[in-house]
Design a protein. Structure first.
Length: 235
């Protein structure tokens, strides 16, 4: 196994979005700084920069990617405050999304120089890990041409619905942000936004598809297993 694929896994539990974002930024900057320092060293003296895989849930929050449109938020600031929904403009790709309890959020902070420098391949690998996880529960996850994330009934426009959203940032081939898989998520919150700026597609969850809640820890364990499998991680 490739020692450069070694990853430190952390489960942050239910954590405030800003706290998790700040932690991501800290790890991200550490990896980038280590990469820059390695440039000055001969090959045999280069240090391992580290890779991290963070799991968590968030309190109710809307996040808007750098290419997003605030018009896709259907509540004003006062209405969000009344509902105790935080809001952040953040530095990932994509548009508006919702995070909340019952949703498994995964943040890989990977030095892609250790894996492959191809962001599209990276996104497809993340999708594949989610698709494999869903398959364990008898749910057929699919890709939808031209859109990121994991969908159900992707080839049936009237029935297509998203179960996992994705939005990432890369700089110097280091990643942050990641994926949000709706497990036992309260889907009513998605009606308060135009998710990912896509107005003609529904959102779903594992709970809705299975007709019963799924065990959050079990889903995290399975998802970690499949992320490790597709990226050939050393954990």
């Amino acid at each position: 196994m490739n020692p450069d694929h070694k990853v430190k896994v952390e489960d942050l539990g239910l954590v405030d979005y800003k706290e998790a974002w700040d932690y991501q930024e800290t790890l991200f900057k550490q990896v980038v700084a280590a990469k820059l320092a390695n440039r000055e060293l001969p090959e045999e003296q280069k240090n391992f920069t580290g890779n991290y895989l963070l799991f968590c849930e968030h309190s109710h929050v809307f996040t808007l990617g750098k290419s997003g449109d605030e018009k896709n938020i259907l509540l004003n600031a006062e209405q969000r405050e009344k509902r105790h929904i935080a809001y952040y403009k953040i530095n990932r790709g994509g548009d508006i999304t919702y995070h909340g309890p019952g949703q498994v959020v995964v943040y890989p902070i990977f030095n892609l120089d250790y894996f492959f420098t191809d962001i599209h391949r990276y996104l497809r690998f993340l999708e594949e890990a989610v698709i494999l996880t869903l398959a364990d529960y008898g749910i057929k996850g699919e890709r939808l041409e031209g859109l990121t994330g994991v969908w159900l009934d992707a080839n049936h426009p009237a029935k297509a619905r998203k179960i996992c959203a994705m939005g990432v940032r890369t700089s110097r081939w280091v990643t942050m942000h990641g994926i949000a898989l709706n497990v036992n998520t309260n889907l009513d919150y998605f009606s308060l936004i135009i998710p990912c700026g896509i107005s003609d597609k529904a959102v779903t969850s594992m709970e809705r598809e299975l007709k019963h809640p799924a065990d959050m820890q079990e889903v995290k364990t399975r998802l970690q297993k499949y992320i490790a499998q597709v990226f050939e991680l050393v954990i």
